[in-house]
Design a protein around this ligand. Sequence first.
Ligand code: AMP
Ligand code: ZN
Length: 478
Amino acid sequence: MTLNLYDTMSRAKRPFAPKDPGRVTLYVCGPTVYNYAHIGNFRPVVVFDLLFRVLRDLYGADAVLYAANVTDVDDKINRKAAEEGVPIATISGRYLDAYNADAAALGALPPTFQPRVTETMDAIVKMIGDLVGQNAAYPAEGHVLFDTQAFADYGKLSGRPMDEMIAGARVEVAPYKRHPADFVLWKPSKPGEPVWESPWGPGRPGWHIECTAMIEAVLGLPIDIHGGGIDLVFPHHENELAQGVCAGHGRDYAHVWMHNGFLNMSDEKMSKSVGNVALAHDLLGEYPGEAIRWALLAGHYRQPLEWTGELIGQAKSALDRLYRALDDSGRFLAGAPTSARASGGEHRGGVMAYDAVQAALQDDLNTPLAFAGLFQLSDHLRSAIMGKDVAGVERCRALLLEAAQLMGFLTADPGAWFQGGADDDLKAKVEALIAERLTARAEKNWPEADRIRDALVALNVEVMDGPTGATWRIKEQA
Ligand code: AMP
Ligand code: ZN
């Protein structure tokens, strides 16, 4: 199988071939940390985490280097710090911690590197100096600007003609700009704003140069894959590319450009400025992280995805179905005679479904198709349980776990998953009723045992008696 990825630059799906299979590099533009991030901001996090996992599976965990940056100096951070009367690091630290906690709850592995702008300032200043030295940038009135006329391929990534780029960039045409599309690499700080020294005067960097310098600093250029949301193609990635190529004497910048589609709410891009946002932090208080992750992967990553309560409900039911198969098969195996176990037999249908999951993921991360493969695997598992095929259950269960965990699912214990919907009060009540039922049965007090069973049914709880005692779970919704 070959991993095929859609490349925004060539506008085609292409076989992925890293420059060095022993050192595969991936960079994704991360958040500006000044507030809790909305769930749309986590679409790239989850999509590129899935890619990170697939790459690790293919090339080895240590062979894949994933950098996701953090913008920790910005007008919005400055404003918030001024409002609260605290240093910018207090604001960025607080919201970076929240962001990382939310990402982890959504099943995202920590990236190999999480560079921050404030910690990469030397590399940023150096790269601006290189661009000036190459005549690709020029200082003017305390600013340094990138000279878009110095890069013949400017506009190639987004495919936009120059006049459209000027309008699209909504750049303020300052008198010191040689060309209206030229963009800022360095600018003076306003009074009270954080400031760094540079050969062009004290100030701070523009947004685009940060990423290019961070990539050079942590991964080295060129990289294999550069990712981000579709809104970043222009101007951000177009400008990153221009800087990277010009600073490096014309070398490549990124071999594959990948962009996720928007997460919409009420048919419009979820965004703070529109106000149609759902915070990941709030959603995670209501739903398990895996259910939100599933919802974010329910559509193909390049397509827009409409965020609705229904979508999360469906995601939760889909996972319930898989966890139920896992739970039932675990109980089945616990009760199976050991002599029938670990026969090492193959299960053709199970292996085909497992391969279908892998093939779907390697076809430009086709998650809807991969989910269908997981359901096929759980159906094979169910059939094996029904047929009392111990070896088949063992094999299909292992395949289901492996395929689902590759995607960041089925990481919880099934018992904890189903009891996760119960609050502590309910858990205590159920545990007490189960203990009373055990006593009633030991005393052969059948009317009392029946009464307790009815009380459990009324609580929507299903009790399963097994060889190691009784376990319980919240019943499937009709
Ligand atoms: P920002 O903090 O707005 O720069 O966004 C951080 C990342 O989230 C970028 O890769 C954006 O492209 C992405 N992003 C922001 N809003 C959405 C959305 N509604 N849907 C999908 N991706 C988004
Ligand atoms: Zn970037």
